[in-house]
Design a protein around this ligand. Structure first.
Ligand SMILES: Nc1ncnc2c1ncn2[C@@H]1O[C@H](COP(=O)(O)OP(=O)(O)O)[C@@H](O)[C@H]1O
Ligand SMILES: [Mg+2]
Length: 356
């Protein structure tokens, strides 16, 4: 088993603490994405796993072997990891097949065996017909496939990828996404995939580690991140989410609580261990909000912006009595709301953010 276990990892550059107490357990064969804004420490985390950066405290264990800790360090070339960079990192003077086979040559794998593995890898990524081209004569997507073939030929069962699609145009991205899924399914390798693109992470990963300022805010399946965010940052970050302050939280049953919003009772989903409390926050997405009539509804809001999206109109609004909190919802594109207008809204199926 080649699980990657990162525990209590911290890293500073000078006085800049870039990673704080990172804990992640990545199971063999899992596709894990690390998602966070630029500068939050994603590349540094990948580089510590790869062995390009030492760590200050904590440890990294791969397949039961400690590869990094303050007093142990296994060199990158002895970690048996495949790495795919944003800029492909191919040798410009070597053709495709020499690039793919280079590390096997270094490891003194016999020529026949090497050729067999290189050809097989190039076939898998459908690049065999370009085996004799130089990287300069390939498109970005094709270069990225060569980088994948290199991992395949090496037989790495862990592959680290640092924003591999960031340099590709939008059309190519979706076909390369499929390429990565295919690679994952056919090899059974663990993929550690760094991205700042939420849609990419949600589409590809089994689990996503959401990162902010060097801290892992939540490590869950895309579904759980979306429906059961564990903190305000994740609630606001994932899927056009937003939060509202609520009061007088009372448990209702195993999975629900009743909260007060402007004096109205609202039933929300909650974690099984929730207990009654005075105040908290609920997490919502646009689909949790519908328009009420003038007489009903739990919250009166003032429309601040409307955006036509073809199939629907996206509406932004602020609670009249609690301005500053932003909410958004969708109405059919046949309906009309005017900026400055006030309406009542209903809330269904929101999620009570647990206390930490
Ligand atoms: N070698 C380095 N020396 C000093 N600071 C660095 C170095 N590498 C990264 N940093 C800093 O660490 C922080 C995180 O960078 P990085 O891991 O590249 O973020 P991300 O990949 O999420 O954009 C940034 O503030 C960056 O300036
Ligand atoms: Mg980076």
């Amino acid at each position: 088993m080649s699980d990657i276990i990162i525990s209590q990892l911290s890293k500073t550059f000078g006085s800049n603490r870039v990673l704080s107490d990172v804990n992640l357990h990545i199971k063999q064969g899992e596709f894990v994405a690390v998602l966070g804004p630029s500068g939050c420490g994603k590349t540094t985390l990948l580089r510590t796993i790869a062995g390009f950066e030492p760590l200050d405290s904590g440890s990294i264990t791969i397949g039961g072997r400690v590869v990094s800790s303050p007093d142990q360090f296994v060199a990158p070339e002895h970690r048996d990891l495949g790495i795919v960079f944003q800029n492909y990192a191919l040798w410009p003077h070597m053709n495709v097949s020499d690039n793919v086979g280079y590390s096997l040559k270094i490891k003194k794998v016999a020529t026949d065996e090497r050729n067999r593995r290189v050809n097989e890898a190039l076939k898998t990524v459908e690049m065999l017909h370009f085996a004799h081209r130089r990287p300069a004569d390939l498109s970005g997507g094709q270069r990225q496939r060569v980088a994948l073939a290199r991992c395949l030929a090496q037989g790495n069962n862990i592959v680290l990828l640092d924003e591999p699609l960031a340099n590709l145009d939008v059309n190519l991205r979706s076909s390369m996404e499929e390429e990565f899924s295919q690679f994952h399914r056919s090899t059974g390798a663990s993929l550690f995939y760094i991205t700042h693109d939420q849609a990419e992470a949600m589409a590809l990963a089994d689990r996503i580690a959401v990162m902010e300022k060097g801290v892992i805010k939540q490590f869950s399946t895309p579904d759980m991140l979306y429906h059961e965010p564990q903190n305000e940052m994740v609630a606001n970050f994932i899927g056009d989410g937003f939060t509202l302050n609520v009061g007088y939280i009372k448990r209702f049953d195993d999975m629900h609580a009743i909260v007060k919003l402007e004096g109205h009772d609202v039933k929300v989903r909650c974690a099984p261990h929730e207990s009654d409390r005075i105040a908290g926050k609920i997490a919502l997405h646009p689909e949790n909000v519908t328009l009420g009539s003038d007489k009903d509804g739990v919250l009166r809001v003032k429309i601040s912006r409307t955006v036509f999206r073809g199939s629907h109109i996206r509406v932004e609004a602020e609670p009249v009595r609690f301005p500053g909190q932003q909410i958004s919802f969708h109405i059919p594109s046949t309906q009309k709301l005017i900026i400055g207008q006030t309406v009542n809204i209903q809330i269904t199926n929101a999620w009570l953010i647990p206390t930490t």
